[in-house]
Design a binder for this molecule. Structure first.
Ligand SMILES: [Zn+2]
Ligand SMILES: [Zn+2]
Length: 161
């Protein structure tokens, strides 16, 4: 928890944020992809009564590719900006309500990170995956399944010969 009373009251107008957030318990399909602490850097500022949180987070994401199941690790960096308020002063949904001026930074970072992670995690955009027939990794090897020839194509083949 970060005590922001001095920021909200204006006694302090800027406060640096440096933190490491543990997301080892975050799980996707039985895998815990974030094993290293998420590095958080940024600042909270009070500018003419508007309290803004600006953060950059960096993390290492390690999980199997969704298509070929090969292990992949990738670094991500996301930036977030939120306006902080101490009470629901507005219906604006993008305000973060900080009760008693105590900010739960870990919870906020977790939500921001999860919302920004790609819904598909691939080793490369054009990953060819695994052949369901022969189990070959199609990025590395050719499929060795016997190709079923569509009878309509068979006719065309005769036509072209
Ligand atoms: Zn892949
Ligand atoms: Zn195959």
């Amino acid at each position: 928890m970060i005590d922001l009373r001095e920021i909200f009251s204006g006694v302090q107008t800027i406060r640096q944020v440096d933190a490491a957030v543990d997301m080892r318990d975050y799980e996707v399909c039985g895998v815990h992809p974030i094993r290293e602490p998420v590095q958080v850097h940024g600042q909270i500022t009070n500018s003419a009564g508007v309290v803004t949180l600006d953060l950059t987070v960096q993390l290492l994401y390690e999980a199997p590719c969704d298509r070929c199941a090969q292990p992949v690790s990738r670094s991500y960096s996301f930036s977030f900006s939120h306006v902080l308020v101490t009470a629901t002063e507005s219906d604006e949904y993008d305000y973060i309500v900080v009760e008693n001026a105590l900010l739960d930074l870990d919870a906020l970072v977790r939500v921001d990170v999860i919302l920004n992670l790609p819904s598909k995690f691939l080793c490369k955009d054009d990953c060819k995956g695994i052949c369901p027939g022969c189990g070959k990794l199609l990025n590395e090897e050719a499929c060795v399944c016997k190709k079923e020839i569509d009878p309509r194509l068979e006719k065309l083949k005769d036509f072209y010969h």
